[in-house]
Design a protein around this ligand. Structure first.
Ligand code: UDX
Length: 453
């Protein structure tokens, strides 16, 4: 049997487990966390991701998915072992390879008694040089075998977006497989054969270090695009322009593309901030001053404070009841890592507000923020409850539920003379003004005071 072992069951590991099993492949998920293992074996998803519950349930029902804390589970049948563990990074951008190392140690031990050829593939995001410089030596030392000769080694980055994980996995724009040799690449590639690469791009075969850098280059580029449009948004506000019109014009140019040109309150999530910082820090280690990466992060740090700047350009926060709609770093996920909501809540806590009330449609997101911030703020379970008698409301995540709210809803539930700041640009300013809401949409204004001298 051509089974697959996946070590680590976060968004990436579980996403690929769901993707591979949807294509009929048998997957063994390995995680140290017993609760996660039990949850998966019960046919439930331990993460809040659209389609994941159904995919996991159906895979378990068909006996295509088994989770275990023991790497040896299913080992005899497995041909490919994917390392999908977290690579957290500290404030200086040094990535923590402890989970990658520990996965490599257990895989290496499992390879020791092996007669079969198997290929190990790093999918976790790692700095160029990690797979050949850190993972390979551990595998060789633990197994007493040689990379290339006795077992294969690849690095195949993922490009999935949270909230879209399954779709991105099954219909990727590209698949990158870096390997120590062609045999390793062929072994790993086979697993992807049923994925639909809709735009017809071939699988990109490369060496390990190139595959590692492709991942960082991709995320840094997209993050840079977001910071770029956010900078344009801030300028648009000063020049009396709507950044949406600018983005639309830029986006129709094939050389630019319209994606990742939505101005907003700054990017968050588990990848963009961490990956740009990690590459910046790796650049420093090779004595290179990576100015584009630095600017991408600096613009983002400033942007995360722009929502409150917009509020304060209309009203003081002192003594006010403030409602925050949106805690997750983007819609359709419960993930709040590096979310702008955390910066905004912490900044608000330093102001003399009367009350801070928050709401996110995802219960996961509410729980994560509760664990981080605790009882210093109020957690609402609906938009209505969150907005009740609030003087000021801020939209921080562009959930569909918020897009559907009418101006009258804000007028009805908020205090008199409501103020609304829309950092996700989901509302029509004119409609809200007509309804009596003082609204500021990030990235646009009617100011005409600037005239070049
Ligand atoms: C990202 C990459 O897209 C993915 O390829 C990689 O594997 C992991 O990191 P993800 O973090 O899930 O995925 O989210 P994404 O949808 O890319 O958004 C990242 C952040 O940028 C969010 O905070 C989002 O709100 C923000 N963003 C994105 C914008 O502000 N404007 C945009 O136009 C696009």
């Amino acid at each position: 049997m051509n089974a697959i072992t996946i070590v680590g069951t976060g968004y990436v590991g579980l996403g690929y487990a769901a993707g591979f099993t949807k294509k009929g492949l048998k997957v063994f998920c390995i995680d140290l966390d017993e609760t996660i293992v039990e949850t998966i074996n019960k046919g439930k998803s331990p993460i809040d991701e659209p389609g994941m519950d159904d995919a996991i349930r159906s895979a378990v029902d068909k006996d295509l998915l088994t989770a275990s804390t023991d790497i040896m589970e299913g080992w005899a049948d497995t041909k490919s072992i994917f390392i999908c563990v977290g690579t957290y990074c500290d404030e200086e951008g040094n990535i923590d390879l402890s989970q990658v190392r520990s996965a490599a140690h257990s895989i290496g031990k499992a390879l020791r008694e092996d007669r079969e050829y198997r290929a190990v593939c790093v999918k976790s995001t790692v700095i160029p040089g990690t797979t050949d410089g850190v993972v390979a030596p551990i595998l060789e030392q633990e197994s007493g075998k040689k990379v290339g000769a006795d077992f294969g080694l690849c690095m195949s980055p993922e490009f999935l977006r949270e909230g879209n994980a399954l779709e991105d996995i099954l219909n990727p724009d590209k698949i990158v497989v870096g390997g120590v040799d062609q045999k390793s690449i062929n072994t790993i590639e086979k697993n992807y054969r049923d994925f639909e690469i809709t735009r017809g791009h071939p699988i990109i075969e490369t060496d390990l270090r190139t595959a590692e850098l492709i991942k960082y280059a991709q995320n840094s580029f997209l993050a840079m695009k977001v910071s770029f449009i956010n900078e344009m948004a801030n300028l648009a506000e000063e020049f009396g322009v709507n950044v949406g019109d600018v983005a639309k014009a830029l986006g129709v140019d094939k050389r630019i593309s319209s994606m990742y040109l939505r101005a907003g309150p700054g990017f968050g999530g588990s990848c963009f901030p961490k990956d740009v910082l990690a590459l910046l820090s790796a650049a420093k280690k090779v004595d290179y001053n990576a100015q584009m990466l630095k600017a991408t992060l600096n613009v983002n740090d400033r942007q995360k404070r722009h929502g409150l700047e917009l509020v304060e350009s209309i009203s003081s926060l002192e003594g006010k009841t403030v409602a925050l709609l949106g805690l997750a770093f983007k819609p359709n996920t419960g993930d709040t890592r590096e979310s702008v909501s955390i910066t905004v809540i912490n900044d608000l806590l330093r102001k003399e507000t009367k009350k801070i009330s928050v709401y996110d449609p995802s219960e996961f997101a509410r729980e994560e923020i509760y664990e981080l911030i605790g009882d210093k703020i109020t957690y609402a379970t609906s938009a209505k409850q969150c907005l009740a008698k609030a003087d000021i409301a801020l939209i921080l995540t562009g959930w569909q539920e918020f897009k559907e709210l009418e101006p009258s809803f804000f007028v009805e539930h908020m205090a008199e003379n409501p103020i609304l700041v829309d950092t996700r640009r989901i509302y029509d300013e004119t409609e809200f003004q007509k309804a009596g809401v003082t609204i500021k949409v990030l990235g646009q204004s009617n100011r005409k005071d600037f005239v070049p001298s």
